[in-house]
Design a protein around this ligand. Structure first.
Ligand code: BG6
Length: 296
């Protein structure tokens, strides 16, 4: 089901039989909404998001490819998030998922201008699906289609913006004791000391070699997001807090209180593909009811 979203941009709406839904903009191949069967929005989308190229949409799940952040010659987070994707009506079979009928396949191939800034030919296939329990499942398949025999390397992230009731009441479990690179301190390497992550100021970190499962506990909402990932060893945790929020034109001054980015990523060790090779990175998001277990 394709319809018009903000600013006349095309979006695909997915619905499952139990009432969960998701919205995917062809601009950026970007999920902008994921609702549970109570019609509660689970992703953060800024009220100031600009739905106009070349600006990427602030919220939902931007795709960072072929470069995470400014770790290379391209603009921050690469260009996949501000290109127009197309619906892929004839995708090759996906080995995993999808018993659900609520899915869409998108594809991005580089334009001639893209090849000028990143001299490689690729096919990026994205499947967005709703699972039987309302889970949101994203599968990315990136193939090197270079015909000059050259490999290419890239970094990647599902830059997921979760909606939370109050950032000061949120904790993230699964990253304790791990090493991280602190983007606020010239990417110096530290080791996480706390028993879970809590938030009281700006955070911008790349956690390394993270487990396949990470949980975000929202005390006020009595909701836990469970993030499961495959092929994505790193996890970025980002909240701009008040000062940085004020400097972002497409982000409300107080919105940092209601969002948290936890991004399944491949950053520390870039992925290298030879011609004909394909990489796959999978993210599955679900929620479970929870109570806050302080100190656990
Ligand atoms: C995070 C980065 O992933 O994205 C941050 O770690 C960055 O450094 C943030 O500020 C937002 O990036 P952008 O380009 O969408 O404003």
């Amino acid at each position: 089901e394709v319809s018009k979203g903000f600013n006349g941009l095309d979006k695909v709406i997915l619905r499952d039989a139990r009432g969960s839904s998701a919205e995917v903009y062809l601009y950026g191949g970007q999920v902008t909404s994921w609702k549970n069967d109570q019609a509660e929005e689970l992703l953060f989308l800024s009220s100031k998001a600009i739905f106009k190229p070349p600006k990427a949409i602030r919220g939902g799940i931007p795709l960072c490819f072929p470069q995470f952040s400014n770790l290379g010659p391209l603009d921050s987070h690469g260009f996949a998030r501000n290109r127009f994707w197309t619906i892929d009506d004839n995708p090759p079979p996906f080995p995993t998922n999808t018993s659900s009928k609520a899915f869409v396949d998108l594809i991005l191939k580089p334009s001639e201008d893209d090849i000028k800034i990143w001299p490689h030919s690729f096919e990026f296939r994205l499947r967005v699906a709703l699972g039987p329990g309302g889970e949101l499942m994203l599968t990315s398949r990136i193939r090197n289609t270079n015909n000059d025999g050259k490999p290419f390397s890239f970094t990647f992230a599902y830059h997921t913006y979760f909606s939370v009731s109050d950032i000061s009441e949120v904790r993230v479990e699964g990253l304790e004791t791990l090493d991280y690179l602190d983007n606020l301190q010239k990417r110096k390497r530290f080791t996480e000391q706390g028993d879970a992550l809590t938030f009281e100021s700006e955070v911008d970190r790349i956690y390394l070699s993270t487990p396949t499962k990470i949980a975000i506990l929202d005390h006020e909402k009595k909701r836990t997001f469970v993030l499961r990932k495959d092929g994505l060893p790193d996890s970025v945790v980002w909240n701009p807090w008040d000062k940085k929020a004020k400097s972002m034109p497409d982000f409300g001054d107080d919105e940092y209180k209601h969002m948290l980015c936890v991004e399944a990523a491949a950053i520390e060790k870039p992925i290298t593909l030879k011609p004909g090779e394909e990489w796959k990175g999978r993210l599955e998001l679900s929620t479970v009811p929870s109570s806050y277990r302080s100190g656990q």
